[in-house]
Design a protein around this ligand. Sequence first.
Ligand SMILES: Cc1cc2nc3c(=O)[nH]c(=O)nc-3n(C[C@H](O)[C@H](O)[C@H](O)COP(=O)(O)O)c2cc1C
Length: 390
Amino acid sequence: MRFLTAGESHGPELTAIIEGIPSQLPLTEEQINEHLQRRQKGYGRGRRMQIEKDRVRITSGVRHGKTTGAPITLHVENKDWKHWDKIMGAAPLSEEDAQEIKRQITRPRPGHADLNGAIKYDHRDMRNVLERSSARETTVRVAVGAVAQVLLKELNIQLCGHVLEIGSVKATEVSFNDIEDLKERSEASEVRCLDSEASEQMKQAIDEAKENGDSIGGIVEVVAVNLPIGLGSHVHYDRKLDGKLAQSVMSINAFKGVEVGIGFEAARLLGSQVHDEILYSEERGFYRRTNRLGGFEGGMTNGMPVVVRGAMKPIPTLYKPLQSVDIDSKETFSASIERSDSCAVPAAAVVCEAAVAWELATAVLEKFGSDTLGEIIKNLEDFNEKARNF
Ligand SMILES: Cc1cc2nc3c(=O)[nH]c(=O)nc-3n(C[C@H](O)[C@H](O)[C@H](O)COP(=O)(O)O)c2cc1C
């Protein structure tokens, strides 16, 4: 399974093509829209999210509510496009239009892709970089992840992202009964956090950062349940599923760290405090007493919940500008301001969920087949039965 995304932040639309989704999967635009709306929520978002009411349009690969096995094309329109058609149009500009929109972006923002992208692709107008490096792209990543989640749910595999930390505020009450409980309670919080006291403190921290013209980052966690044993493989570096998940999560805009299970904490503990003891019951088969390793041993799932965490740095576009240098005049300037969020950690939890969903769905298809949903369900059930009786 693979996908490509295309589209600029202020272009006409964002597009994704997914190849390899099996046939006979019930899929509707509404199922995808639900996740797009989740990405748009969250305390600390800027004005852009009020302009955009993201909705997907499926133009291939789905007929009468079911996938056909052909590539699936997803489109999400940028409602703001009508104000940007000249600035972002594909056609060459007339002299008159060029005069009208002569403003070029020449002041790179520290922490963004502006300067490196401009030098690499030889752009004097850094809009050519920032339009694509913008996290607006994560809209279609969430749409793609939503399709993956629809597939996983048919296999009884579910997942959910939530927020553990924003700035220096740490959630302490993060336990949940089951995945439904996690989904409901994270959805009910404006910062997607299970700890209601910490949620209020997180909102205050966001307000403070915003008042100071600053931005604030945080840590998100994705939990996935009901995975079979043996997704991924120990036999080769690029087949290790924890490695693939790390790449996928690290590629999300502004993500600077990834942990599986207790992650970095494992380095500070002794082996006996880290490794999850193996138990057996006839009903469950093999399982672990604890889940510190986040559902992975040897690059393969071990049947315990998969737990992946990502650290998001504070957003680079600040109203309180940092020093930068104009690429034309070489003069020192305060970095230019595009419209910006002050905190996007709650939204990033949804993006992270999408990234994890995609990797898990890909690994499921690799192991259990990829033509029709029915075949995959049967193969998975047979394997789970075999693993239980191993
Ligand atoms: C959901 C989400 C929303 C974001 N919103 C903004 C934003 O409004 N302004 C901004 O400068 N960066 C925003 N970012 C982060 C930048 O896209 C990111 O820092 C930039 O592309 C540079 O990449 P890097 O930080 O991974 O090096 C956002 C990231 C995510 C995940």
